[in-house]
Design a protein around this ligand. Sequence first.
Ligand code: ZN
Length: 234
Amino acid sequence: MLLPAVLSDFVGLLFPRVCLACQEPLARGEDHICTSCRAQLPYTDYHRLPTEQNPLARRFWGKLPVQHTLSYLRFQKHGRVQHLLHQLKYRGQQEVGRILGRWYGQELTEAGLRASFDLIVPVPLHTRKLAQRGYNQADSFAEGLAAGLGVVWKAEALRRTTYTNSQTRKNRMQRWENVETVFEVAKPELVRGQRILVVDDVLTTGATLEACAAVLLAAGALEVSIATIATADR
Ligand SMILES: [Zn+2]
């Protein structure tokens, strides 16, 4: 039974016990994501592949050294993963990030990867965006992964800034084009000498994660790895 979105949102408010991936009612003992969805989610299993066979790792080759390039799920348009990410990013369902993070963290631990990371750092939102949304969707994933892996996470390590070159007078369009989002390490003492796992909700081109990894390495991080909830094929 698939309810129209508006109706299902309304029902969800009254009876929040529906699966956040398929919107079917949850059975007793199920928590936010039903057993059937958990069994059928499109897992990448990239952590089981040798690095040279990991298609995500290839996106960073020749750019900067990334130790582990991990993504839990494959993003598919109109599928369960898109629905879960939408709930996490726009519907305040931070539990999605925590649960998927915990599951993934447990899997990575079973695969022997726990000892590969000292610190988990979520990709930050700009403070203005954070104020609008009220939360950073990468934080809950970081929190879940931290619990599943038994590794600490620190949201305050990185900061997102907007850089505008104001040296010359520009028209509105030029100003727009000149605004770049950049990251900086806000707490160098947290990252120096550490093996850091940078996490975000989605990896598409990899440019955002690459920018974060670059500033962390420049600030003295020993290694940088990457993990996202989902990855989109290119
Ligand atoms: Zn489900």
